[in-house]
Design a protein around this ligand. Sequence first.
Ligand SMILES: *Cc1c(COP(=O)(O)O)cnc(C)c1O
Length: 398
Amino acid sequence: MTQDIRAQLGLRPVINVSGTMTSLGASIVVPEAVDAVTRVLSQFVEMGELHRRASETIVDLTGAEAGFVTASCSAAISLAVAAAITGNNLWAIEQLPDTGELKNEVLIQTGHMVSYGAPVEQAIRIAGGKVVPVGQATSAYAYQLAGAITERTVAAVFVVSHHVVDYAQIPLKTFAEICHARGVKVIVDAASEYDLRKFLLDGADVVLYSGHKFLGGPTSGICAGEKEFVRNIYLQNRGIGRGMKIGKEGIAGVIAALEAWKVRDHDGIRAREQKALDLWLETLTGRTGVTATIVPDPTDNPLDRLKVAIDPELARITAWDLASALARGDRPVIVRDHEAEHGHFFLDPCNLHPDEESIVAERLLEELERAQRSNEVIFTPLNERWLAQEAAILKWLD
Ligand SMILES: *Cc1c(COP(=O)(O)O)cnc(C)c1O
């Protein structure tokens, strides 16, 4: 590895066991993509041709008719909605987000209206889409989807993610059949899903992925789908897509990351991840107030995580305070704590550099032992924690 730039920039050497998080710099970019990015940066290219070349690679991996690379998956949602609204009308593309007389209603199941750091429905609105929620937070039915389609409906967004409500939602196949029967385009946000083919087979007109998550590419979004639709997404670069454009380095990096994905040693990587999980499990087993279990990914991606449940009375610290303690100091370990109020967090082994798993184990012991020595149970009321998180972002730079 070349010299760690973080010290030079005055940044803490964070260890990421939370997953591919934008707030931590997403993922470790694979060496093939690093090389491609470096080599293209100083060259001129014909961008339309580079995009066409990326399309070929995307087609190869997804089985789609065509592909396109944009700034991020969030950008891809906006551009796909824009494409559904404008088609190939260059005038309409320049008018967005004003849609004039064009159809602009976009359906989404209420249980899919998640935040991935920003609201998915805002990604629809910035393209001029009018969000039409289907069903309730806790359920959506086929008749509700069919009933919500009007003569102004252009598209429907379907989100695949651990963030969405994971019961009583309309399955993609049914969702797509109902939409297609009425000429409505189906846009699938599969940002973090490893399966590059399934959603197209289940009826997506276009499926969208993040290039910088499991694929280990530079920050980017990948669109794969029906040719005319993908071309109309590409055309958005003459409109709202300009502010969401990807550079030559991003495209070359994504091509390399996709090629590397084809030949990646998935079994070897899983074995390495398993070794980290086993080490942490062994470290935590028998610790007072700690219950550790290996759990599968909720959307069936081929990866496991360690669930660390904390009994605050016995461990003398809450799950969320332990997460915060691990994140402090000069060996910060960032755990997956999005549901810490349930009394647990997760350790995700997908983004580790060699030997970092041992530092994670040491830090867990260090903080658990510190808590054992504490006179009082370390317990920050949850509402205080949430308000402090809100306040912190408003104080950025101070
Ligand atoms: C991460 C994520 C996004 C956003 O992806 P970016 O490429 O970071 O913009 C969108 N949808 C879901 C479900 C995600 O997990």
